[in-house]
Design a binder for this molecule. Structure first.
Ligand code: CP
Ligand code: NVA
Length: 319
Protein backbone atom coordinates (compact mmCIF):
# COMPACT_ATOMS: atom_id res chain seq x y z
CA UNK A 1 0.00 0.00 0.00
CA UNK A 2 1.44 3.45 -0.86
CA UNK A 3 2.66 5.17 2.32
CA UNK A 4 0.60 8.34 1.70
CA UNK A 5 -2.68 6.38 1.62
CA UNK A 6 -4.19 5.46 4.96
CA UNK A 7 -7.05 2.97 5.31
CA UNK A 8 -9.89 4.82 7.07
CA UNK A 9 -12.26 1.98 7.89
CA UNK A 10 -12.23 -1.73 8.61
CA UNK A 11 -15.68 -2.81 7.50
CA UNK A 12 -14.24 -5.83 5.72
CA UNK A 13 -10.92 -7.66 5.68
CA UNK A 14 -10.86 -6.59 2.03
CA UNK A 15 -10.42 -2.95 3.15
CA UNK A 16 -6.79 -3.87 3.84
CA UNK A 17 -4.15 -4.56 1.24
CA UNK A 18 -2.57 -7.98 1.91
CA UNK A 19 0.67 -6.32 3.11
CA UNK A 20 -1.29 -4.09 5.50
CA UNK A 21 -3.14 -7.11 6.89
CA UNK A 22 0.14 -8.91 7.40
CA UNK A 23 1.82 -6.01 9.18
CA UNK A 24 -1.23 -5.49 11.40
CA UNK A 25 -0.98 -9.13 12.51
CA UNK A 26 2.77 -8.90 13.11
CA UNK A 27 2.10 -5.79 15.22
CA UNK A 28 -0.59 -7.73 17.13
CA UNK A 29 1.96 -10.31 18.27
CA UNK A 30 4.36 -7.55 19.26
CA UNK A 31 1.68 -5.77 21.32
CA UNK A 32 0.96 -9.10 22.99
CA UNK A 33 4.62 -9.40 24.03
CA UNK A 34 4.67 -5.77 25.27
CA UNK A 35 1.41 -5.86 27.23
CA UNK A 36 3.21 -6.57 30.51
CA UNK A 37 4.86 -3.12 30.23
CA UNK A 38 1.48 -1.52 30.99
CA UNK A 39 1.70 2.29 31.00
CA UNK A 40 5.37 2.00 29.93
CA UNK A 41 4.50 0.20 26.67
CA UNK A 42 5.60 2.26 23.61
CA UNK A 43 1.97 2.33 22.44
CA UNK A 44 0.39 3.26 25.82
CA UNK A 45 -0.51 6.79 24.65
CA UNK A 46 -1.06 6.03 20.97
CA UNK A 47 -4.68 7.17 20.95
CA UNK A 48 -3.84 10.19 23.09
CA UNK A 49 -7.22 10.70 24.77
CA UNK A 50 -9.25 10.07 21.60
CA UNK A 51 -12.82 8.83 22.08
CA UNK A 52 -14.18 5.65 20.50
CA UNK A 53 -17.95 4.99 20.31
CA UNK A 54 -19.12 1.42 20.85
CA UNK A 55 -22.45 0.69 19.13
CA UNK A 56 -23.51 -2.91 19.74
CA UNK A 57 -26.98 -3.99 18.63
CA UNK A 58 -26.32 -7.72 19.15
CA UNK A 59 -24.95 -9.47 22.26
CA UNK A 60 -21.18 -9.71 22.73
CA UNK A 61 -18.74 -10.91 25.36
CA UNK A 62 -15.39 -11.11 23.56
CA UNK A 63 -15.63 -8.31 21.02
CA UNK A 64 -16.98 -5.62 23.32
CA UNK A 65 -14.68 -6.50 26.24
CA UNK A 66 -11.55 -6.65 24.11
CA UNK A 67 -12.31 -3.42 22.23
CA UNK A 68 -12.89 -1.57 25.50
CA UNK A 69 -9.65 -2.85 26.99
CA UNK A 70 -7.75 -2.22 23.75
CA UNK A 71 -8.88 1.43 23.56
CA UNK A 72 -7.97 2.03 27.21
CA UNK A 73 -4.58 0.34 26.90
CA UNK A 74 -3.80 2.62 23.95
CA UNK A 75 -4.67 5.71 25.98
CA UNK A 76 -8.14 6.33 24.52
CA UNK A 77 -11.63 6.62 26.02
CA UNK A 78 -14.89 4.81 25.34
CA UNK A 79 -18.42 6.07 24.99
CA UNK A 80 -21.33 3.64 24.72
CA UNK A 81 -24.49 5.26 23.34
CA UNK A 82 -27.60 3.09 23.73
CA UNK A 83 -27.95 0.98 20.56
CA UNK A 84 -31.74 1.39 20.64
CA UNK A 85 -31.11 5.12 20.23
CA UNK A 86 -28.08 5.19 17.94
CA UNK A 87 -29.10 2.33 15.62
CA UNK A 88 -32.85 2.80 15.60
CA UNK A 89 -35.45 4.50 13.41
CA UNK A 90 -35.20 7.49 15.82
CA UNK A 91 -32.98 9.23 13.30
CA UNK A 92 -31.29 8.21 10.05
CA UNK A 93 -28.03 6.31 10.33
CA UNK A 94 -26.22 8.97 8.35
CA UNK A 95 -27.25 11.63 10.87
CA UNK A 96 -26.04 9.50 13.78
CA UNK A 97 -22.71 9.09 11.97
CA UNK A 98 -22.44 12.81 11.26
CA UNK A 99 -23.11 13.63 14.92
CA UNK A 100 -20.62 11.10 16.22
CA UNK A 101 -17.80 12.23 13.94
CA UNK A 102 -17.93 15.66 15.62
CA UNK A 103 -17.07 14.01 18.95
CA UNK A 104 -15.23 10.74 18.45
CA UNK A 105 -12.38 9.48 16.24
CA UNK A 106 -13.77 5.99 15.72
CA UNK A 107 -17.03 4.02 15.86
CA UNK A 108 -17.02 0.26 16.48
CA UNK A 109 -20.33 -1.20 15.29
CA UNK A 110 -22.03 -4.59 15.71
CA UNK A 111 -25.34 -4.76 13.89
CA UNK A 112 -27.43 -6.88 11.51
CA UNK A 113 -27.28 -5.34 8.03
CA UNK A 114 -23.76 -4.88 6.62
CA UNK A 115 -25.11 -1.88 4.68
CA UNK A 116 -25.55 0.06 7.96
CA UNK A 117 -21.81 -0.10 8.70
CA UNK A 118 -21.04 0.91 5.11
CA UNK A 119 -23.44 3.86 5.39
CA UNK A 120 -21.73 4.97 8.61
CA UNK A 121 -18.32 4.83 6.98
CA UNK A 122 -19.48 6.81 3.95
CA UNK A 123 -21.39 9.44 5.90
CA UNK A 124 -18.50 10.24 8.26
CA UNK A 125 -15.29 10.90 6.31
CA UNK A 126 -13.45 12.09 9.45
CA UNK A 127 -14.32 9.09 11.64
CA UNK A 128 -12.86 5.58 11.45
CA UNK A 129 -15.51 2.87 11.31
CA UNK A 130 -14.83 -0.71 12.43
CA UNK A 131 -17.15 -3.64 11.80
CA UNK A 132 -17.53 -5.59 15.04
CA UNK A 133 -19.76 -8.19 13.25
CA UNK A 134 -22.60 -7.95 10.78
CA UNK A 135 -24.78 -10.67 9.29
CA UNK A 136 -22.27 -10.75 6.43
CA UNK A 137 -18.75 -10.42 7.87
CA UNK A 138 -16.75 -10.63 11.11
CA UNK A 139 -13.37 -9.18 10.12
CA UNK A 140 -12.03 -8.58 13.65
CA UNK A 141 -12.48 -12.28 14.41
CA UNK A 142 -10.39 -13.17 11.37
CA UNK A 143 -7.57 -10.90 12.60
CA UNK A 144 -7.33 -12.79 15.90
CA UNK A 145 -7.64 -16.13 14.14
CA UNK A 146 -4.78 -15.53 11.73
CA UNK A 147 -2.65 -14.09 14.52
CA UNK A 148 -3.29 -17.35 16.40
CA UNK A 149 -2.47 -19.41 13.31
CA UNK A 150 0.84 -17.61 12.73
CA UNK A 151 1.81 -18.01 16.38
CA UNK A 152 1.02 -21.72 16.21
CA UNK A 153 2.16 -22.60 12.69
CA UNK A 154 5.09 -20.16 12.52
CA UNK A 155 3.93 -18.94 9.09
CA UNK A 156 0.82 -18.94 6.91
CA UNK A 157 1.85 -19.61 3.33
CA UNK A 158 0.88 -23.00 1.92
CA UNK A 159 -1.11 -24.13 5.00
CA UNK A 160 -4.73 -25.26 4.83
CA UNK A 161 -7.60 -24.25 7.11
CA UNK A 162 -10.84 -26.27 6.96
CA UNK A 163 -14.10 -24.64 8.07
CA UNK A 164 -16.96 -27.05 8.81
CA UNK A 165 -20.49 -25.60 8.88
CA UNK A 166 -22.39 -22.53 7.79
CA UNK A 167 -20.92 -20.32 5.06
CA UNK A 168 -21.65 -17.38 7.37
CA UNK A 169 -20.05 -14.11 8.52
CA UNK A 170 -17.16 -15.87 10.27
CA UNK A 171 -16.50 -18.16 7.29
CA UNK A 172 -16.57 -15.17 4.93
CA UNK A 173 -13.94 -13.15 6.81
CA UNK A 174 -11.78 -16.24 7.36
CA UNK A 175 -11.83 -17.04 3.65
CA UNK A 176 -10.96 -13.46 2.70
CA UNK A 177 -8.09 -13.13 5.17
CA UNK A 178 -6.89 -16.67 4.50
CA UNK A 179 -6.30 -16.32 0.79
CA UNK A 180 -4.76 -12.85 1.27
CA UNK A 181 -2.18 -14.46 3.56
CA UNK A 182 -1.53 -17.48 1.32
CA UNK A 183 -3.63 -19.99 3.31
CA UNK A 184 -5.84 -22.45 1.41
CA UNK A 185 -9.42 -22.50 2.66
CA UNK A 186 -11.64 -25.61 2.55
CA UNK A 187 -15.28 -25.13 3.53
CA UNK A 188 -17.75 -28.01 4.01
CA UNK A 189 -21.41 -27.01 4.26
CA UNK A 190 -24.77 -28.69 3.68
CA UNK A 191 -26.75 -27.79 0.55
CA UNK A 192 -28.15 -24.27 0.78
CA UNK A 193 -25.59 -23.08 3.36
CA UNK A 194 -22.40 -22.81 1.29
CA UNK A 195 -20.23 -19.71 1.09
CA UNK A 196 -21.61 -17.53 -1.67
CA UNK A 197 -20.03 -17.39 -5.13
CA UNK A 198 -19.65 -13.63 -4.89
CA UNK A 199 -17.55 -13.94 -1.71
CA UNK A 200 -15.35 -16.53 -3.41
CA UNK A 201 -14.91 -14.41 -6.52
CA UNK A 202 -14.06 -11.24 -4.58
CA UNK A 203 -11.62 -13.04 -2.29
CA UNK A 204 -9.96 -14.87 -5.16
CA UNK A 205 -9.03 -11.51 -6.70
CA UNK A 206 -6.82 -10.70 -3.71
CA UNK A 207 -5.45 -14.23 -3.15
CA UNK A 208 -1.67 -14.55 -2.89
CA UNK A 209 0.83 -17.39 -3.15
CA UNK A 210 -1.70 -19.41 -5.18
CA UNK A 211 -4.07 -19.79 -2.21
CA UNK A 212 -7.54 -21.08 -3.09
CA UNK A 213 -11.00 -21.43 -1.57
CA UNK A 214 -12.52 -24.87 -2.18
CA UNK A 215 -16.06 -25.88 -1.25
CA UNK A 216 -17.03 -29.40 -0.14
CA UNK A 217 -20.20 -31.18 0.88
CA UNK A 218 -18.52 -33.87 3.00
CA UNK A 219 -16.60 -32.67 6.11
CA UNK A 220 -14.20 -35.64 5.80
CA UNK A 221 -13.13 -34.41 2.33
CA UNK A 222 -12.66 -30.85 3.60
CA UNK A 223 -10.41 -31.78 6.52
CA UNK A 224 -8.09 -33.98 4.42
CA UNK A 225 -4.66 -32.31 4.58
CA UNK A 226 -5.96 -29.45 6.76
CA UNK A 227 -3.59 -28.01 9.38
CA UNK A 228 -6.47 -26.57 11.41
CA UNK A 229 -10.20 -27.28 11.61
CA UNK A 230 -12.60 -24.44 12.47
CA UNK A 231 -16.30 -24.39 13.20
CA UNK A 232 -18.95 -21.89 14.32
CA UNK A 233 -22.53 -22.10 15.59
CA UNK A 234 -25.13 -23.48 13.18
CA UNK A 235 -27.60 -20.69 14.07
CA UNK A 236 -26.13 -17.21 14.16
CA UNK A 237 -27.52 -14.23 16.06
CA UNK A 238 -30.70 -13.08 14.35
CA UNK A 239 -31.48 -16.54 12.87
CA UNK A 240 -33.06 -18.02 16.01
CA UNK A 241 -36.37 -18.75 14.22
CA UNK A 242 -34.47 -21.15 11.90
CA UNK A 243 -32.78 -23.09 14.73
CA UNK A 244 -34.76 -26.33 14.39
CA UNK A 245 -34.42 -26.44 10.61
CA UNK A 246 -30.70 -25.67 10.86
CA UNK A 247 -30.09 -28.35 13.50
CA UNK A 248 -31.45 -30.89 11.00
CA UNK A 249 -29.49 -29.51 8.05
CA UNK A 250 -26.17 -29.48 9.94
CA UNK A 251 -26.61 -32.84 11.70
CA UNK A 252 -23.63 -34.46 9.92
CA UNK A 253 -21.38 -31.43 10.40
CA UNK A 254 -20.28 -31.83 14.02
CA UNK A 255 -16.53 -31.61 14.62
CA UNK A 256 -15.60 -34.79 16.48
CA UNK A 257 -12.31 -36.50 17.41
CA UNK A 258 -12.70 -39.05 14.57
CA UNK A 259 -13.08 -36.12 12.14
CA UNK A 260 -10.03 -34.33 13.63
CA UNK A 261 -8.00 -37.53 13.14
CA UNK A 262 -8.67 -37.31 9.40
CA UNK A 263 -6.98 -33.88 9.22
CA UNK A 264 -3.21 -33.45 8.80
CA UNK A 265 -1.06 -34.69 11.71
CA UNK A 266 -0.84 -31.97 14.40
CA UNK A 267 -3.96 -30.15 13.17
CA UNK A 268 -5.67 -28.16 15.88
CA UNK A 269 -9.24 -27.06 16.54
CA UNK A 270 -10.58 -23.50 16.34
CA UNK A 271 -13.91 -21.81 17.17
CA UNK A 272 -14.77 -18.11 17.37
CA UNK A 273 -17.01 -18.77 20.43
CA UNK A 274 -19.61 -18.83 21.84
CA UNK A 275 -19.69 -22.60 21.26
CA UNK A 276 -22.61 -24.98 21.63
CA UNK A 277 -20.98 -28.15 22.93
CA UNK A 278 -22.42 -31.37 21.46
CA UNK A 279 -23.93 -29.36 18.58
CA UNK A 280 -21.29 -28.07 16.16
CA UNK A 281 -18.42 -29.52 18.26
CA UNK A 282 -18.10 -32.26 20.85
CA UNK A 283 -17.00 -31.46 24.41
CA UNK A 284 -14.12 -33.88 23.85
CA UNK A 285 -12.70 -31.74 21.00
CA UNK A 286 -13.39 -28.42 22.74
CA UNK A 287 -11.59 -29.52 25.90
CA UNK A 288 -8.73 -31.38 24.20
CA UNK A 289 -5.11 -30.26 23.99
CA UNK A 290 -5.57 -29.56 20.26
CA UNK A 291 -8.15 -26.84 20.97
CA UNK A 292 -6.84 -23.25 20.71
CA UNK A 293 -10.19 -21.52 21.22
CA UNK A 294 -9.06 -19.51 24.24
CA UNK A 295 -5.87 -18.42 22.47
CA UNK A 296 -8.14 -17.06 19.73
CA UNK A 297 -10.20 -15.27 22.40
CA UNK A 298 -7.07 -13.81 23.99
CA UNK A 299 -5.79 -12.63 20.63
CA UNK A 300 -8.99 -10.67 20.01
CA UNK A 301 -7.46 -8.10 22.38
CA UNK A 302 -4.04 -7.91 20.77
CA UNK A 303 -5.34 -8.01 17.19
CA UNK A 304 -7.88 -5.23 17.83
CA UNK A 305 -5.24 -3.13 19.56
CA UNK A 306 -3.10 -3.53 16.45
CA UNK A 307 -6.10 -2.66 14.28
CA UNK A 308 -6.88 0.54 16.24
CA UNK A 309 -3.20 1.43 16.09
CA UNK A 310 -2.99 0.80 12.34
CA UNK A 311 -6.06 2.92 11.60
CA UNK A 312 -5.68 5.68 14.17
CA UNK A 313 -2.16 6.23 15.50
CA UNK A 314 -0.22 9.09 13.97
CA UNK A 315 3.06 7.28 13.42
CA UNK A 316 4.23 3.67 13.39
CA UNK A 317 5.36 2.45 16.82
CA UNK A 318 9.09 2.72 17.43
CA UNK A 319 11.20 -0.20 18.52
N1 CP B 1 -16.41 -14.33 18.83
C1 CP B 1 -17.13 -13.25 19.16
O1 CP B 1 -17.28 -12.29 18.38
O2 CP B 1 -17.63 -13.28 20.41
P1 CP B 1 -18.71 -12.27 21.00
O3 CP B 1 -19.99 -12.46 20.21
O4 CP B 1 -18.87 -12.65 22.44
O5 CP B 1 -18.21 -10.87 20.83
N1 NVA C 1 -21.78 -16.56 13.36
C1 NVA C 1 -21.95 -16.13 14.73
C2 NVA C 1 -20.67 -15.58 15.24
C3 NVA C 1 -20.70 -15.12 16.68
C4 NVA C 1 -19.41 -14.53 17.13
C5 NVA C 1 -23.06 -15.10 14.81
O1 NVA C 1 -23.15 -14.24 13.93
O2 NVA C 1 -23.86 -15.17 15.73
Amino acid sequence: MPSDVRTKDFVSVLDFEPAELESCLVLASRLKRERHLGAKAPTANALDGAHVAMLFEKPSLRTISTFEIAVRELGGNIITPFPDVALSPREPVIDVARNLERWVRCAVIRTYAHSIVLEFAKAAPRMHVINALTDQEHPCQALADFQTLRETWGSWVGRTLAFIGDGNNVATSLAQAGVMLGVNIHIASPAGYALSDSVIQQASRVARHGAQIRLFRDPADAVKGANAVYTDVWTSMGQEAEATERRKAFAGYQVTMPLMRQAAPGAFFMHCLPAHREEEVTTEVMESSISVVFDQAENRLHAQKALLYTLMAEAPPRG
